[in-house]
Design a protein around this ligand. Structure first.
Ligand code: 5GP
Ligand code: ZN
Length: 113
């Protein structure tokens, strides 16, 4: 299967790694929308939120733990930050490997839709 983020996890495509453990990988977004813009992804290929099931959902809770840890380490926990996952065409998902954007370091626009 040809997946950009699976290739990044394997190291076939370079990335600016921020964090890694057995189940999660985090790296800087190539086109940052904020001073801190990190993508946090499961190492297992899950295409989008549409494919989250009782069998694979534990990694999502872990991703939120990692997001909280990275927010502290990257100095954005106190002022605030946002975690976003786009699912499907209407949300503007462009890479179909589930990912969570960790954004902060500036006053973010409050736009829910
Ligand atoms: P989406 O639009 O699917 O929610 O987010 C995909 C994100 O992946 C975008 O913010 C985009 O900048 C980022 N991205 C796309 N290709 C690459 C890449 O090759 N390397 C990195 N680090 N980020 C990428
Ligand atoms: Zn993948």
């Amino acid at each position: 299967m040809d997946c950009l983020f699976c290739s990044i996890i394997k190291g076939d495509i370079p990335s600016a790694k921020v964090y890694e453990d057995e189940t999660v990988y985090a790296f800087k977004d190539i086109n940052p929308m904020a001073p801190v813009h990190v993508l946090i992804i499961p190492k297992t290929h899950i295409s989008s939120m549409n494919d989250v099931t009782p069998e694979n959902s534990a990694v999502i809770a872990h991703i939120y733990e990692v997001a909280a840890k990275l927010a502290k380490e990257l100095g954005i926990a106190e002022n605030g930050f946002r975690v976003v996952s786009n699912c499907g065409a209407d949300a503007g998902q462009t890479v179909f490997h589930l990912h969570f954007h960790l954004l902060g370091g500036k006053k973010l626009k409050v736009e829910m839709c």
